[in-house]
Design a protein around this ligand. Structure first.
Ligand code: TRP
Ligand code: ZN
Length: 877
């Protein structure tokens, strides 16, 4: 900090560490009051650095209580080192030496969930990105990689299970009812991958035989009450291990792989070497308590953390500016996995929806940053949709440009070349270049330029010459501190659809699809022998993270929505049509006009309802109109109330026009199969509940049908979908309040279900939302100390209850501001994430924009802001 304000870190200032730590020997003495951490470090000067500064600077934290320091066994006097709130420096160090430090800490008082802290009855850790420095003084940077040996001493009754990374090498009992365990991790790693867990835990066990024939023990540790919720995660883990061998040739490298579930956790999960720590919400599922979405999330996150063993751990990041090197690549890998396990079209549509709703919004707001940022104040604020999801799209574009085989060759080269070291984004690009023989200089701009490129396309058909030309142009809007961007290399997968709905052969090989590489600001592609004007199917499979503008007519979109051979583009065409119509509705409503019925939308819906060949999951997605958030992204100024009215109008229109078809399809889907979280059943339930969301609008019988489903549901998806519709639509409260009460009564001992119950109420769009949320904050099931509770109630209200959060008096914003300030010191990471909805103020109409801005100013003026909140608030004002 400088002048009391947190300072900015720049990529351009990166320098290597002047010292390296070869071996790290840690001893933890865990107690209720004061815990002790003793470290023994084998340190040497970094020979790669010329004229090494002999001052050793270790990262620390103000909560560390320093007890003593020894260099080569000699105790240091107080005046031979210098300590501040953030570091410890010792001058004049020799070329190599042994450094021992003892500190004390109080994990039970640590509410930040970084470093060593307590979750319910256990001790656990979270070290990424910079949590290790609140455990002990250390070179807490990812390019300092060390071999760890960890001794844990704790009470044997209360903490029978003692875990750390690697292999257990010794354990035994001690006096005073204590015991110990010693773990060694033979793989060098940065401190952010360190983990420790101590508690009274139960576990399920399995094993996996690797491709070279080694046996790996697999264990999932949970509280005893949760033992019945581990089967699916274990299965997903084994499938991930096999898949990474088959798809990427990557084998697991320790004799044991452990997952621990903890209730208090800032994010989804963490890939600590050999000892993944998971938010309970990202690992515990079973058919009685979990929705299909929860099963899919568990599968994806288990895979994601497992895949990090190679993309992140074996090959790690040189510094935090390289974060997307591991996160973007690993998201790409987990998306490939999910798409292989389920339906690839469905997975792609869901991912693109998510990218458009969240990443495009981030890219056009005050927190916009490139996939490789060039500066940050607080690294915790950069675990973003841009680093993760846009980063994954960038990796996907190599896959598109190089093709499957070359891409695999390049990842092999990357893994082999950088195994055991800390790499950069540049290393990844070079591996792609070396294998493909291409110069990817222009492609590199995807890492350095923020903002979503806009690609505009115009078509020209020359009937006399039977030729067809597409003219492309690109531009990328300015983003904070970045103006006048250079053109990107954009792979655009495209096809042409004939008037009778067939793909047209595009070249002499009669290929139906080509990848046009747009690299100039303006460029064109032409096709010959085109008999009649085709409809262009552009950006198939969403081949690049861009906004594509083409003036389709409604006829053309309807045509693609029923005929495009690319499943993604078929959905996207429908989606474009719905957007077009809904934006028109928003416009009419804001001018005080009644919107008009749209026959194109109705006919697309009707043909999907009649289509017997379409996958149910895809049909469900095509029968959903765009979300509020999706429409916000298309409006120059947002009034949430008109958007919500426009959507309501469209849904009522569709239900009135197609009521009979909707009911009959719904009834066809109401059968009772034994529950499976399979792609097929998940798709059927998704379609069924999408239909129910129209049925609820039926004045005569809607609510009753929904209530019947609520009562007779035999799985959590059907039950909570019905509950959600009931509370959002039951104006007279005939069914809603008793359904909510019954539901709570039935599930009050299942924490994850209670969180869902909180979330459903937090997003209830009926008037009075804020006071409902305020009273739920007093409910026995809520505590502001648990991040999952905060996300379920406060986070969902602010980001998902558009109608109530945005009220004309700004009371929703004031409420959010108060909660952010409560969390400011309690949990800085969670507090900073809650600010996101307010950062988008300039996208809104008045009075919303000003009221949001005012609230940001209130937060900014509050004393004692942590760097996390400070950064987001100052950048968005
Ligand atoms: N690296 C983790 C992942 O993406 C996420 C992570 C980063 C995290 N920082 C964290 C999780 C802090 C919890 C707390 O898999
Ligand atoms: Zn990750």
């Amino acid at each position: 900090m400088k002048d009391g304000n947190p300072s900015t870190i720049y990529l351009k200032n990166y320098t290597q560490s002047n010292f390296l730590i070869e071996k790290t020997d840690l001893k933890f003495e865990l107690n209720d009051e004061i815990s002790f951490v003793t470290s023994n470090l084998v340190v040497r000067k970094n020979l790669h650095v010329p004229n090494v500064d002999p001052t050793l600077m270790l990262h620390g934290n103000k909560n560390l209580q320093l007890l003593w320091i020894e260099v080569d066994g000699v105790r240091l006097e107080d005046d031979s080192f210098h300590k501040t709130d953030t570091d410890l420096s010792i001058p004049n160090m020799p070329d190599s030496f042994e450094l021992s430090i003892k500190v004390s800490i109080k994990p039970q008082e640590n509410t930040t969930m970084m470093g060593l802290y307590r979750s319910r009855t256990m001790f656990c850790t979270q070290c990424e990105a910079e949590g290790f420095r609140s455990i002990t003084y250390f070179l807490d940077r990812p390019d300092v990689m060390s071999e760890y040996t960890t001794t844990i001493v704790a009470d044997s009754q209360r903490y029978p299970i003692l875990l750390s990374n690697g292999n257990l090498i010794d354990e035994g009992t001690l006096k005073d009812g204590k015991h110990y365990a010693i773990w060694n991790d033979p793989h060098k790693k940065p401190s952010y991958l360190f983990a420790l867990v101590a508690g009274s835990l139960s576990f399920v066990e399995d094993s996996f035989k690797t491709m070279s024939g080694r046996n790996v023990a697999l264990k999932i540790f949970v509280e005893e009450k949760d033992l019945d919720k581990c089967t699916y995660a274990m299965d997903a883990l084994k499938r991930s291990m096999r898949w990474d061998e088959e798809k990427y040739g990557r084998e697991y490298d320790l004799d044991i792989f452990m997952i621990v579930a903890v209730d208090d956790f800032n994010m989804g999960a963490m890939e600590n070497k050999g000892l993944n720590i998971f938010n309970t919400s990202a690992v515990l599922v079973n058919p009685e308590i979990s929705t299909d979405a929860a099963f899919q999330r568990v599968e994806a996150i288990v895979a994601h953390e497992y895949f990090h063993n190679w993309s992140g751990n074996r090959v790690t990041c040189r510094d935090w500016f390289q974060l997307s090197l591991k996160e973007g690549f690993t998201v790409f890998r987990d998306a490939q996995f999910s798409s292989d396990m389920n339906s690839s079209v469905v997975k792609r549509i869901e991912d693109v929806n998510f990218l458009r709703d969240h990443q495009f919004a981030e890219d056009s707001g005050p927190m916009a940053h490139s996939v490789q940022p060039d500066s940050y104040i607080e690294i915790n604020n950069f675990y973003t949709v841009t680093i993760y999801e846009k980063g994954a799209e960038v990796v996907g574009m190599y896959h598109t440009l190089l093709g499957e085989d070359k891409f695999r060759e390049a990842t092999d080269l990357y893994f082999n070349r950088h195994d055991g070291s800390a790499a950069t984004v540049e290393d990844f690009v070079v591996a792609m270049e070396d294998v493909s023989g291409r110069n990817l200089n222009q492609f590199r701009r995807w890492y350095s330029q923020a903002g979503t490129p806009v690609v505009t396309v115009k078509s020209h058909y020359d009937a006399a010459n039977r030729s067809y030309r597409l003219d492309f142009s690109q531009n990328c809007p300015d983003t904070p501190n970045q103006k006048n961007k250079k053109p990107f290399l954009i792979p655009i997968k495209l096809g042409l659809v004939s008037p009778d709905g067939e793909d047209i052969g595009l070249n002499i090989d009669r290929e139906n699809e080509v990848i046009f590489e747009l690299s100039e600001i303006n460029d064109s592609i032409s096709f010959d022998n085109i008999d009649s004007r085709p409809v262009p199917s552009l950006l198939r499979g969403f081949s690049a993270p861009v906004k594509l503008v083409y003036e389709y007519s409604k006829e053309e979109l309807s045509h693609l929505a029923s005929h495009d051979s690319d499943g993604f583009s078929r959905w996207d065409a429908g989606n474009r049509l719905y957007n077009m119509v809904l934006l028109d509705y928003v416009d009419s409503l804001s001018k005080g006009h009644e919107p008009l019925k749209d026959d194109y939308v109705i006919s697309v819906f009707s043909s999907i309802l009649d289509d017997q060949t379409i996958e149910p999951a895809v049909a469900a997605l095509m029968l959903q109109i765009p979300s509020d958030k999706a429409l916000y992204g298309l409006l120059s100024k947002i009034d949430p109330h008109y958007v919500s009215k426009a959507r309501k109008f469209a849904r009522v229109m569709l239900n009135e026009a197609l009521n009979e078809n909707i009911y009959s399809k719904y009834n066809q889907l109401c059968f009772d199969k034994a529950f499976l979280p399979s792609a097929e059943q998940i798709g059927e339930r998704s379609l069924k509940n999408t239909l129910l969301s129209y049925i609820v609008l039926d004045k005569s019988n809607g609510l009753k049908t929904v209530y019947d489903q609520f009562q007779s549901a035999t799985n959590m998806t059907d039950k909570t979908s019905a509950l959600n519709l009931l509370i959002n639509h039951d104006k007279d409260d005939t069914y809603a309040s008793s359904a909510l009460a019954d539901f709570y009564c039935q599930y009050k001992n299942e924490n994850l279900v209670v969180n869902l119950w909180l979330q459903l109420q937090a997003t209830n769009q009926q008037p009075g939302g804020l006071s409902r949320v305020q009273s739920l904050m007093e409910h026995e099931s809520f505590t502001i100390k648990n991040p999952n509770k905060v996300r379920s109630l406060i986070g969902s209200f602010a980001s998902g209850n558009h109608f109530n959060f945005h009220d004309k008096l700004g009371t929703g914003y004031e409420f959010l501001g108060e909660q952010i300030l409560k969390l400011n010191t309690l949990n800085p990471q969670v507090a900073a994430r809650l600010v996101t909805p307010l950062t988008r103020w300039s996208d809104y109409e008045e009075p919303y924009a000003n009221l949001m801005k005012k609230q940001l100013k209130v937060i900014k003026a509050s004393p004692g802001l942590v760097s996390d909140v400070y950064e987001v608030v100052t950048k968005s004002l």
